[in-house]
Design a protein around this ligand. Structure first.
Ligand code: GDP
Ligand code: IMO
Ligand code: MG
Length: 432
């Protein structure tokens, strides 16, 4: 049975939550490998909507979840999410890696002051937490929280960070008071978290060795990857499929396939280049119909046509063999739908997006126009399956899969779990 990575192919919010929830029907374990509570993954099931920030999306099906070493772990958000899910009757089985990076309240403060406005971050403390992880002397892991040495380590960290915290206006009183405040919080977190933390590498690798179906749930998207995205307008982790190896501690040889999740159009929240961005009536139509407002921050998402150069780049970087294309229902009602098939950059035609801000800012999309479709009620198509769909919808999906050289396993025509339509290729990746 396979290990499958589910990765965002665009700028995040592609509907990874909905796809992971769908595939989790077959999964034994679902592992988040990157990012933190900047993620907002939506699952709609049985008329209930769940917006998940840290806990893997498989929690709605009450499947076991793991937060791997690559995750920036915010105990406050995790405990709040846990309370919320419990109050909604979910049984939660989740393991937090001892190796995950501990994200503390001052990281959120620093994010708001330093990078929030300049980069348009989610202000969840992601950049500052990973910055401390890489600096090492100021980084803390979940394991540190449970070590008898924690008070000493925290003291050392605060000594180094004191001037930074004062300059940012986060620390205004005495450092000793601030230290004691954090120690008290840490004590509360330890008590609440002790039954959730543990050794994830044996859990994850053991499940793979036993032939279980293990899903790796990426957060953010390929174009937001700190190494492979539109730097500096990116997040501070590796959402790409390779991030599953480092972030979950598995061998590249363990991964059987990669499912690229994409919207039928493009959105981006926050700053940075966006070659196919639209403004005006069509953008408003898609934003309103698609509910394109950030799951984590509520900000309106920027909206544009589908971008094949970007998808080809993403497919190449991630080894995407399978596609899940969501939100085809949102494009319904448009007479013609455009897809960027290439860019023109400095007079040259380019088929694969260069992930450099300077180049992307010059990129002029070359569009192909496809016929639109008009569907008010998708239920009969959900019942009838792929072959019952209007020809224009099938043409759109087939055109993309041919251009991206991947097979579609699933399309989405609504947010609810029941509004996913599988194709014949789904059985190639899930256990029979
Ligand atoms: P994620 O971060 O990749 O998990 O995506 P988000 O949850 O942030 O954003 C996707 C949004 O689209 C959520 O509100 C989903 O409920 C919704 N959604 C998912 N699939 C579909 C679909 O096929 N059609 C429509 N209309 N909405 C969808
Ligand atoms: P999911 O997992 C969409 C964006 C922010 C900003 C940039 C850096 O739900 O797809 P950060 O807070 O990470 O330092 O912000 O990345 N961003 C996302 N955009 N979906 C996300 O997550 C995102 N997580 C971060 O808007 O532009
Ligand atoms: Mg999201």
């Amino acid at each position: 049975m396979p290990a499958v990575v589910v990765v965002g192919m665009q700028f995040g919010d592609e509907s990874k939550g909905a796809v992971v929830d769908y595939l989790a029907e077959w999964a034994n374990l679902v592992v988040r490998y990157n990012g933190g509570s900047n993620a907002g993954h939506t699952v709609v099931a049985n008329g209930e909507e769940y917006k998940l920030h840290l806990i893997p999306s498989s929690v709605v099906r009450e499947k076991k979840g793991v937060l791997g070493a690559g995750v920036a772990f915010d105990p406050e958000v995790f405990l709040e999410e846990l309370r919320d899910l419990k109050s909604r009757g979910r049984n939660i089985d989740v393991l937090v890696s001892l190796k995950a990076t501990l994200l503390l309240p001052y990281h959120k403060g620093l994010d708001s002051v330093i990078s929030g406005g300049r980069l348009g971050t989610t202000k969840r403390g992601i950049g500052p937490a990973y910055q401390d992880k890489m600096a090492r002397v100021t980084g803390l892991k979940v394991a540190d929280l449970f070590s008898s040495n924690f008070p000493q380590r925290l003291k050392e960290v605060l000594e180094i960070k004191e001037s930074e915290l004062r300059n940012a206006g986060i620390l205004t009183g005495s450092i000793d008071d601030y230290y004691l405040e954090l120690l008290t919080k840490a004590e509360e977190w330890r008590n609440s978290l002790s039954s959730f933390v543990g050794d994830d590498h044996l859990e994850v690798n053991g499940a793979i060795a036993e032939g279980k179906f293990v899903l790796f749930e990426g957060a953010q998207g390929t174009m937001l990857d700190v190494d492979h995205g539109t730097y500096p307008f990116v997040t501070s982790s590796n959402p790409v499929a390779g991030g599953a190896c480092t972030g979950a501690g598995i061998s590249p040889l363990a991964i059987d396939s990669v499912v690229g999740v994409m919207k039928a159009y493009t959105t981006r929240v926050g700053k940075g280049p966006f070659p196919t961005e639209l403004s005006g009536n069509v953008a408003d139509y898609i934003r309103d119909k698609g509910g394109e407002y950030g799951t984590t921050t509520g900000r309106p998402r920027r909206v544009g046509w589908l971008d094949l150069p970007m998808l080809r780049y993403s497919a190449m970087i991630n080894g995407v063999g399978y596609l899940a294309m969501r939100k085809l229902d949102v494009l319904s009602g448009l007479d013609k739908i455009k897809i960027a098939v290439a860019y023109e950059i400095d007079g040259e035609e380019v088929e694969i997006a260069p992930p450099y801000v300077n180049e992307l800012e010059k990129a002029r999309p070359i569009y192909k126009e496809l016929e639109g479709w008009e569907v008010d009620d998708w239920k009969k198509f959900v019942k009838g399956g792929w072959n019952s769909l209007p020809e224009e919808v099938r043409n759109y999906v087939s055109f993309v899969e041919k251009e991206v050289e991947a097979k579609t396993i699933l399309i989405g025509v609504g947010p609810d779990r029941e509004m996913s339509i599988p194709t014949q290729h789904l059985k190639e990746i899930v256990p029979s």
